[in-house]
Design a protein around this ligand. Sequence first.
Ligand SMILES: CC(C)(COP(=O)(O)OP(=O)(O)OC[C@H]1O[C@@H](n2cnc3c(N)ncnc32)[C@H](O)[C@@H]1OP(=O)(O)O)[C@@H](O)C(=O)NCCC(=O)NCCS
Length: 217
Amino acid sequence: MGHPYWPLFDLEIRTPRLTVRGLTDELAVELAALAAHGIHDPDVMPFAMPWSRLASPELERQALQFYWRCRADTSPTTWNINLAVQVDGAVVGTTSLIASDFGRMRQFETGSWLGREHQGRGIGTEMRIATLTLGFDGLGAEWATTGAWRDNAPSLAVTRRLGYVEQGHRRAIRDDSAPDTLLGFEMPRAHFEQHLRRDDIELIGVEAVKELLGISP
Ligand SMILES: CC(C)(COP(=O)(O)OP(=O)(O)OC[C@H]1O[C@@H](n2cnc3c(N)ncnc32)[C@H](O)[C@@H]1OP(=O)(O)O)[C@@H](O)C(=O)NCCC(=O)NCCS
């Protein structure tokens, strides 16, 4: 029996290797603890906001506040769907779909991270494909976008390997200090359909989420 009011709690993407689930409070706590355990080399900030450098328990608290804020601000106009990525029942990271005016734009951006000990084993690639499957096949998007700092080799490798087209770069403040270069990428629906769609990825609970987000067929 699903949640009576909040279908994002019941959203799932199943791949042979991963289960990707809508973020409940329990999963959010596991994710916050994983983040505090370490996501990246402290000397190199992969995110636009340097939240991952906070000390515990401030890091976990701010992570929870961010997830609650995203949930509270969900509307048909703007959404940031945070999902927990599990391997054999344990949370290993997160992937998100972010959109503004999806009804007209039919476009979503993705973001993700894994706990450090889970990186470099293909999970990032698998969870990106899972996220694209939800966006294109589940929600009916026409475009996906993503971005990374110019030196984020693993993130850029996943993006390039999946065949996104580089659309440009822009300067932005990194790590509260110096400006740096962010690379932006996009993928049209046709590329996903021709090269990335798989028949071993299952979407669960999507129709109710579409209703919540005001997405018409
Ligand atoms: C980005 C991230 C989600 C990718 O997940 P992952 O499981 O590590 O990625 P995968 O194992 O699927 O693939 C990593 C790719 O990076 C490549 N790679 C890893 N380190 C590299 C390096 N130093 N230089 C060049 N390529 C590198 C791997 O060879 C692989 O590419 P390939 O499949 O073409 O061989 C993960 O590394 C992560 O959480 N990083 C820290 C947080 C972060 O950067 N988030 C993204 C912010 S934009």
